[in-house]
Each structure stands twice: as C-alpha cells, then as structure tokens.
Write a protein that binds this ligand. Structure first.
Ligand SMILES: [Zn+2]
Ligand SMILES: [Zn+2]
Length: 291
C-alpha cells in the first residue's frame, strides 16, 4: 500500500479514481462506430456509473470491469440514450453475481422506469432464484428520485452532487460532480450552454462535456428547420463547450456524447471550435478510453 509521511505520520495516498468512457455517441440511433455515451468511475473496483444506454452491460465487460461490482447509478435525464438499459443492466449484473445493494439516482419518473423494466424480467428473475439459488434482486435496488440539483450521494470514497442544466424541452436534466481525494470530475449530461454548469464545474480536474458539431447538424436535420432549431436549443456547440471549460478553469476537457457521431468528423474538426476559447488539454473521447 502506498503511504506518505507527513509530520512523521504515515498517511495513505488517495485511492486512484479511474474514469472510463464506455461509449461516446449521442442520440438514440445505434451506430457501428461508437456506443452510446456513458461513463464509469471506478474506485477500488466499485463502479459508479453515469447513465445506462443500450448495450451498457457489454461495454462494462469490454472495459474489463466486473458487473457484480456495480455500486451506484446516476441518470442525467430520462431520454432513451441515457436510461434505456437500466433494467437489463441490473438483471445482467445480478445474473453475474451481484449480491450487494445498488443505488439509482436521477429525475422522475425514474422510479417508474426502473420498476417497469424490472417487471419485464420478473419471469427470468424467478427462474434464476429457484434454479440457481440467486438471492432476490428487488431488495437490492434502491431508487432515489431527484427533482432538483444538490447533494446526491456520499460514501467513504466519493461525494456526488448535481446541478440542473438546460436541455430545452427536458425539464429535469442534471450534470453530476464526483469529488474524491484524488480528483474532481464533472459530467455535463445533455445541455446547451449553461452558466449554472460553469459555476458547478469551477476548479474541477476533469470535465466530460457533450458536444455537437454544428456544420453536420444541418445534414443531420435533413433540411428540417424545426429539428435543427431543437438540436441547437438542446445541445452545446464545440465553441460553447470550449467556453464552459475556459470559464470553469478545468485542467482537462473530454468531448463525448458526440452529435452527430459521423466517422468523417475528425478530432481536429471537433476541437477547432473548442480551441477558440479553451487552451488547456482537450481530447475527443473514444469508446473504452480511460481519461
Ligand atoms: Zn442524449
Ligand atoms: Zn437528451
């Protein structure tokens, strides 16, 4: 075990806090090039997960993490690309040996979403309890709905807080901040430029922010002025992301939840807008990348 000597006393070094991008694309449409955006923060093997999109269980395994070490889930908002697999993740983690409590935090109607998703697996859960001797799943699941931003969760390893961001028609959408002795990490969730997010992010080591590539949005909208307008009011352009990172004074910025996730948009194209404002370290996220 690492130890520091301070004033003659041995102090344990902060536990390493790993941050892994399980997926990096935004929006509900499956893509062959990227998995949907989702972040795992791993401290001493325990997984703190932000969002549960389609395929998240497999991405956790692909990242070399153990599904049975799922600790807490944090849902930024209830669009399908953030919550669709919450029930299947719980069932698959349980089928992989999970036997410790899991907390799920996020805006309403999250309790209903989790309840209905687990109800869809009632048959399978009963069979595995009977035939494999698995413990009951439902008593392990604890949903905590958050109607507004503020303190969310705390244990010996991490303190988690949230702030309401501006995701246009979604009235309850949050960013989350994880403060550990080793690092402070902010995950923006889906948002257009948000001054509240700037304040919330101030002094963080790492900001993982959603990003939209404006020129390609026109192509994505297929000439629909209303869709284009909706995207612009709901998400952040790369220039806006650079502005948030610069104003908040973060050490490192990672772009994720890329909209649109077209393979022809190069890292340089993504970062050109960011660099108009932010001069610190900035990277375009890749699936399964540790940041
Ligand atoms: Zn989204
Ligand atoms: Zn959304």
């Amino acid at each position: 075990m690492c130890a520091l000597l301070v004033g003659g006393r041995a102090l344990a070094a902060p536990l390493p806090t790993r941050v892994i991008l399980l997926g990096t694309k935004g929006g509900p449409k499956p893509s062959p090039s990227r998995a949907p955006a989702c972040v795992a923060i791993v401290i001493e093997g325990t997984i703190y997960l932000v969002d549960c999109p389609n395929g998240v269980a497999r991405q956790i395994v692909m990242a070399g993490l153990s599904l049975d070490r799922l600790g807490q889930l944090f849902i930024t908002h209830n669009h399908s690309d953030h919550v669709l697999d919450v029930g299947s993740l719980l069932v698959l983690a349980w089928g992989s040996g999970l036997n410790s409590p899991v907390g799920i935090h996020g805006p309403p109607p999250l309790r209903k979403i989790v309840g209905h998703s687990l109800a869809a697996s009632r048959y399978d859960i009963a069979v595995r309890m009977r035939e494999e001797g698995r413990p009951a799943l439902l008593p392990l699941i604890h949903v905590s709905e958050q109607a507004r931003g503020g303190p969310v969760y705390r244990d010996a390893k991490v303190t988690v807080s949230s702030v309401a961001v501006d995701h246009y028609s979604v009235k309850q959408a949050f960013a989350y901040r994880f403060d550990t002795p080793a690092r402070s990490i902010v995950i923006s969730g889906d948002t257009t430029y948000s001054e509240a997010l700037v304040d919330f992010t101030r002094g963080a080591d790492l900001l993982i922010h959603e990003a939209m590539y404006l020129d390609a949005v026109v192509e994505l909208a297929g000439g629909s002025a209303s869709l284009q307008d909706h995207l612009l009011r709901s998400h952040s352009t790369t220039e806006q992301v650079g502005l948030v990172a610069a104003r908040a004074g973060v050490k490192k910025l990672v772009l994720s939840h890329l909209v649109p996730a077209f393979p022809w948009i190069t890292d340089e194209m993504w970062l050109a807008g960011v660099r108009k404002h932010f001069t610190g370290e900035a990277v375009v996220g890749r699936d399964l990348q540790e940041v």
